[in-house]
Design a protein around this ligand. Sequence first.
Ligand SMILES: NC(=O)c1ccc[n+]([C@@H]2O[C@H](COP(=O)([O-])OP(=O)(O)OC[C@H]3O[C@@H](n4cnc5c(N)ncnc54)[C@H](O)[C@@H]3O)[C@@H](O)[C@H]2O)c1
Length: 362
Amino acid sequence: MANKLKVGIVGANRGSSYFRQFDTIAEADVVAICDINEASLQNLAERFNVPHQFTDYTEMLDAVDLVVLATPENLHVPQSIEALDAGKHVISEVTAAVKLEECYDLVRAVRKSSAKWTMAENTCYSKHNVLIRNMVEKGLFGDLYFGEGEYLHNIKTLHHDESGNPTWRYYWQVGINRCNYATHSLGPVLQWFGERVVSVCCLGTGVNTDPEHAMEDTVMMLCKTESGGLIKIRIDMLSNRPANSYFSLQGTKGCYESSRGLGAAPKIWLSEFGISEQWRPLSQFDDLLPERWINPPTEAQEVGDLGEYFKVRDFVDCILNGTQPPIDVYTAMDYTVPGLVSEQSIASGGAPMEVPNFREIE
Ligand SMILES: NC(=O)c1ccc[n+]([C@@H]2O[C@H](COP(=O)([O-])OP(=O)(O)OC[C@H]3O[C@@H](n4cnc5c(N)ncnc54)[C@H](O)[C@@H]3O)[C@@H](O)[C@H]2O)c1
């Protein structure tokens, strides 16, 4: 196909997970990769046979139309702005930003750019979360008033490199006491609610297992939504325990609880079953998935994880069709900013703090 979108992937680790999707999409080609670590760069270039390699991000921008930022979280805003100012489309890994102030710069850069920007919040594309969203939109849960998202992932081994030096995660994921890295947990729940968070209260457990870090082991953020609903987010990247991601939802007509592991199935109860009926496995409701999940496009037959594919396909489509990305910069702020604002709350003993609406900023 002529005039394919030329894609450059930045960051060799998480960045490697994007090749399969772009291989599948005929309208885009990965032509370049960039990493400051030359060994990682060479390794990735050989693995995926990428023609152009760069250690300098600015140089790579000239060679591409679209960048995937799979770099440390603190680089997402500066690298996004540089790309947007150069008219290059951006897929930013999560989270969108690490400081409240830089969110204003990012939103303004997206507004003035001719290019598109999205945040790659993949949990919004995971099968169960998509299914629940579709069921919510069909009215099966009634009016929503409570939801939960948990991300429990002991990643202490990633806080230092092989030589013992602190990594970016040391500073930006566990080096600040707040509800860091909350977009995976908050994103899907906010999609179900169809609202944004207006205020947050945040408390923690105290620092117990790894006193070196400012972030308390478990940090709990309570979010009030526009209509008065409540969302509970628990993040823990430090406690000694197996990993788990968990979601739940409660509406006037139904409720959902995802798996907590060890073979437990995600389960659902809807009032239409009758009040005395028990939970049913969510798997019984696969026919309520969106049509594209039931009959995926031909190109996606071999893609593996459909959600990861749709995440990239949707963004390519919005570029080709001149439409808004499904997770645009305002949606990304809705998912990212509560966690940033929670820093003020946890420092104030859990006092409620207002979450700015970036649709309304100058
Ligand atoms: N969505 C998900 O499920 C998911 C999973 C893992 C990581 N992530 C996100 O992906 C991003 C990367 O995470 P990771 O685990 O791969 O981190 P990592 O530290 O393993 O890799 C980051 C890479 O970026 C490179 N890098 C650093 N500065 C650079 C620069 N200025 N220019 C070019 N390359 C540079 C590093 O050399 C390294 O290879 C983070 O934002 C993280 O939050 C998302």
